[in-house]
Write a protein that binds this ligand. Structure first.
Ligand SMILES: [Zn+2]
Length: 557
């Protein structure tokens, strides 16, 4: 799946995979984790060293953008599935630990550590760790000792909150300049669920004050409370204020300042992550000036990732002006930025958008833009979208991206005519990625067709022989589809998967799906019980009223 043609190379490289696997020669082969609990010493390092290779080969902007993508992948699992500490011995099968907490989650933590230590000490620690423990087994504490030896400081506080406990800080920050006192007042609030299992975090936080001529002053404050007010002296009002200007801390942050400040930040912040932060916040402002600034960033930002995020922000704004700006940006050169423009347009249910997407959905230099345009055309839910999807099914592409997006698109249209198509593509013999997508879409479409046996049977078919090669993805997709269908009839299939399949990922996802359906079933039963009880109460009520009426008649009669 990593060998690709020149056309795919517009968007895709194997360098990341190769860098990751090469890094394992040190982290995994030269030093080896003593037990599964410390697997981040392999995967966190390999993931971060792949990013470091990006920094070396593709530059800091690309590095920062990939760091952001890693963080967001981890956040997503944390938000939607579960939160766990990076180092833990709570798991039922070792494969359970090989998740998005382990790979991107610990890579993001390593980046924070590098920023805290500084370049020189960081590399010194890495060298010390590899030399001291070469050809032997290690645990997290061995790495901690090396940091202690190199720096002379204990980093227990760091590992305690970032590796042995789950979560990350969710910050809400803002500032005002108080001209009379000549101070910048910065507010920092930790907003994570700290009442439950997430702690209040302790970390150093840098604030950068920039003057109009670009002179920067950095001040570091120590965050350790749920809420802080910091006062920083500044004789003149700063042109730009940035909290965590190098984005060193693993966190999610709302930056609550006005549109004027955000526009300056979008145009002038040096670090791409701070420009992206401004674009994200401007999406919430959404006024005319915000749209203009975002449109300008889509066209003119020197880094494609900022253009892409500005496009996404315009999609979130969702106004006519935002739509116009996105249509006007369909010709931008960078294929990844263009892909984001196309994707953002998919959120407008609109003929004009559909027409603008058509040429890209038919033919595009980039496979990925073409595939995204096919899906976006479907998402507009416009007359004619069905034909676009059918035509896309005729075209070969790298990793079947075009056919897969088309099959996903059928789920957006919810058109009866697509069922036979999906049932065919779910069949054994098609490419595994195609089968997986067809199954997921069937699961989605089955939600609104609760009595369609054909869908359920096709999904169950995935687990019957021939159990040839490359069936894991379709099987995982089939489990997902059963979970989406959320019907009791799916339970026996899932039970069989949980009992007889060998791959731990499959067993685990089947168990999760079963639990979800059973909880739903229980809830359904309690709702039915409550409804019955309500009926009984209504009946009793009626009888009481009858009695009262009769009594009244007796007393008055
Ligand atoms: Zn790996």
């Amino acid at each position: 799946m990593t060998l690709h043609d020149e056309r795919a190379h517009l968007d895709f490289t194997s360098a990341h995979l190769v860098a990751h696997e090469l890094a394992h020669q040190w982290f995994g082969d030269l030093v080896t984790s003593k037990s599964w609990s410390h697997s981040w010493l392999h995967e966190g390092f390999a993931t971060y060293f792949d990013l470091l290779y990006s920094e070396y080969a593709e530059g800091r902007d690309e590095f920062h953008y990939r760091l952001l993508e890693n963080r967001e992948t981890y956040f997503e699992e944390h938000d939607s599935k579960y939160r766990r500490p990076i180092v833990t011995n709570v798991y039922s099968q070792p494969i359970d630990l090989f998740d998005m907490h382990l790979y991107p989650g610990s890579a993001a933590r390593l980046h924070m550590l590098r920023m805290l230590l500084g370049e020189e000490l960081w590399w010194e620690v890495i060298r010390r760790f590899l030399e001291r423990h070469r050809d032997s087994v290690v645990e997290t504490v061995d790495f901690m000792r090396c940091i202690e030896d190199v720096t002379g400081d204990s980093y227990d506080w760091f590992f305690d909150q970032w590796f042995y406990k789950p979560g990350f800080p969710v910050l809400e920050c803002s500032y005002q300049y108080e001209s009379k006192e000549g101070i910048v007042a910065v507010q920092v609030k930790q907003d994570q669920d700290s009442g439950k299992d997430l702690p209040v975090f302790r970390f150093p936080l840098m604030v950068r004050l920039l003057s109009r001529n670009g002179a920067a002053r950095d001040l570091t404050v120590e965050v350790r409370e749920k809420e802080h007010h910091f006062y920083l002296p500044a004789a003149e009002e700063p042109h730009l204020v940035l909290v965590d200007p190098e984005d060193a801390i693993l966190k999610r942050m709302r930056w609550k300042v006005d549109g004027v400040k955000l526009r300056v930040q979008l145009q002038e912040a040096e670090n791409v992550l701070k420009r992206i932060e401004a674009a994200d916040e401007l999406a919430k402002v959404g006024d005319r000036e915000a749209v203009a600034a975002l449109a300008q960033a889509v066209h003119q930002d020197p880094f494609w990732g900022v253009s892409a995020r500005a496009a996404r922000a315009l999609g979130e704004v969702g106004t006519e002006a935002a739509k116009g700006a996105l249509i006007g940006a369909l010709a931008i050169t960078h294929p990844k930025a263009r892909r984001a423009v196309v994707k953002a347009l998919g959120s407008f249910k609109d003929q004009a958008v559909f027409r603008a997407l058509l040429p890209l959905a038919a033919q595009e230099p980039s496979y990925f833009v073409e595939a995204e345009a096919v899906l976006a055309a479907a998402r507009t839910k416009t007359e004619g979208a069905f034909e676009v999807l059918k035509q896309a099914l005729e075209r070969d592409s790298f990793n079947e991206v075009v056919r897969c997006r088309a099959l996903e698109g059928f789920g957006e249209l919810d058109d009866e005519r697509s069922l036979p198509i999906l049932l065919e593509y779910a069949r054994y013999g098609h490419h595994e990625l195609i089968r997986a997508q067809a199954l997921r879409t069937l699961g989605k479409m089955g939600q609104s067709r609760p009595r369609n046996r054909e869908i359920l049977e096709k999904i169950a078919d995935t687990f019957r022989p021939p159990a040839g090669a490359r069936t894991l993805r379709p099987k995982l997709a089939a489990v997902q589809a059963l979970e989406m269908l959320n019907r009791e009839e799916g339970l026996p299939v899932l039970r069989r998967v949980a009992e007889s399949e060998l791959d731990g990922r499959l067993v685990r996802s089947a168990r999760v799906a079963m639990r979800k359906i059973e909880v739903g079933k229980d809830r359904g039963e309690s709702v039915r019980k409550l409804e019955k009880r309500l009926d009984e109460l209504a009946e009793e009520n009626r009888k009481l009223k009858d009695r009262l009426d009769r009594l009244e008649k007796i007393s008055t009669g």
